[in-house]
Design a protein around this ligand. Structure first.
Ligand SMILES: [Zn+2]
Length: 349
């Protein structure tokens, strides 16, 4: 077994980059970089309300979740054809491969596209083809999670799930995203029950900006297997105990929280506090094109700001692998790779 204390602090950034890890909270539409938005706009004849890449990027100064979502939906308007969805996911996988991501579970928002007249099949088939090709080229294991937009009705979500059924084998679960406050999880109890009947995994955003009550509701009315974000849990001692006792995974997104002003600075982030409390915390990038960093950047900046060390690095990477929905034999293989990676860093000191 590796000795964490034998890893020199100055080698920590290299270790964070090199260690195998899973990404469990990435909205694929949030990986759409301004450069690709303009390429797709040109290809599809879509007019954007920004003169160029610089003008678009300079609009990425958000004050809260909603200010980001307004721009995010504008960016997604360039996605029309199966190849557009493929190209978007492929660009993400190139970044993920460089970050030593071995497993990625990609959220996608079909309602953002079907409401504009884009066919469900174009969305799912384009993303699925990219997942398959990422496995072949980089040995990245990837699956899709269909997310419902919570600012729309549950009826719309139910219709969306049924509309996606012809592609049931191309996604492994459902999630709940978009504007959180005012749209509590219990509003979506029926569609989540339906998803569970269909043997789909279930996750939900809760406690990003919303209160701890939303996390309780995601657990007790949606019966989720992971909480996306969950950082507001620290305001509720009983909830913290429940999350620790059940080892409920939380997919925390530090740079997203910073950009959307959930915390004033990364040094104020409560990720270290949640780890200390024994919660099953993971680090993720959320919408990396908009929030200033892909997965490794989230690890690097968070570790620097919170003065975390190799022990926490191992815990977070192991949590990400164990909390994924990948087959057990894959998890065993990645856990072995993780241990070998830490051993190499300890021995090479
Ligand atoms: Zn998210």
């Amino acid at each position: 077994m590796f000795k964490v204390h034998a890893i020199a602090p100055q080698r920590l950034p290299a270790l964070l980059k090199a260690m195998p890890k899973a990404e469990l909270h990435i909205h694929i539409e949030g990986s759409l970089e301004p450069e690709l938005i303009f390429v797709l706009a040109k290809r599809n004849g879509v007019t954007l309300p920004y003169a160029d890449v610089t003008a678009l990027r300079s609009a990425y100064a958000f004050t809260n979740l909603q200010s980001f979502l307004d721009l995010y939906y504008a960016g997604a308007s360039v996605l029309l054809h199966e190849q557009d969805f493929y190209d978007m996911a492929w660009a993400y996988f190139e970044k993920a491969a460089a970050d030593h991501v071995v497993r990625a579970e990609l959220f996608f928002d079909p309602q953002t596209h079907t409401a504009r007249g884009v066919a469900m099949g174009a969305v799912i088939e384009g993303l699925h083809r990219a997942c398959r090709d990422a496995q072949a080229k980089w040995d990245i294991s990837a699956d899709l999670i269909l997310c419902f937009l919570r600012h729309l009705s549950e009826e719309d979500a139910l219709e969306t799930l049924e509309e996606a059924m012809p592609w049931r084998e191309h996604f492994i679960g459902v999630g709940l995203d978009s504007s959180e406050v005012g749209h509590p999880p219990e509003n979506f109890a029926r569609v989540f029950a339906r998803a569970r009947e269909l043997d789909l995994h279930v996750v939900a955003h809760a406690g990003e900006e919303g209160p701890p009550a939303y996390i309780w509701s995601a657990l007790d009315t949606l019966h989720v297997e992971r909480i996306d974000h969950g950082v507001q849990a620290v305001h509720d001692a009983a909830l913290m105990k429940r999350l620790a006792d059940s080892q409920m995974p939380l997919t925390v997104c530090p740079l997203s929280n910073l950009k959307l002003c959930v915390f004033n600075s990364l040094a104020d982030h409560n990720l270290g506090q949640m780890l200390d409390a024994g919660l099953c915390v993971t680090i993720n990038s959320d919408d990396p094109a908009y929030f200033g960093g892909y997965l490794n950047e989230n690890y690097l900046q968070t570790f620097a700001a919170l003065h975390l060390g190799a022990q926490q690095a191992y815990r977070l990477a192991a949590n990400s692998i164990e909390a994924s929905f990948a087959p057990e034999e894959d998890k065993h293989r990645w856990m072995h790779q993780l241990k070998v990676c830490f051993q190499d860093f300890a021995e090479n000191d």
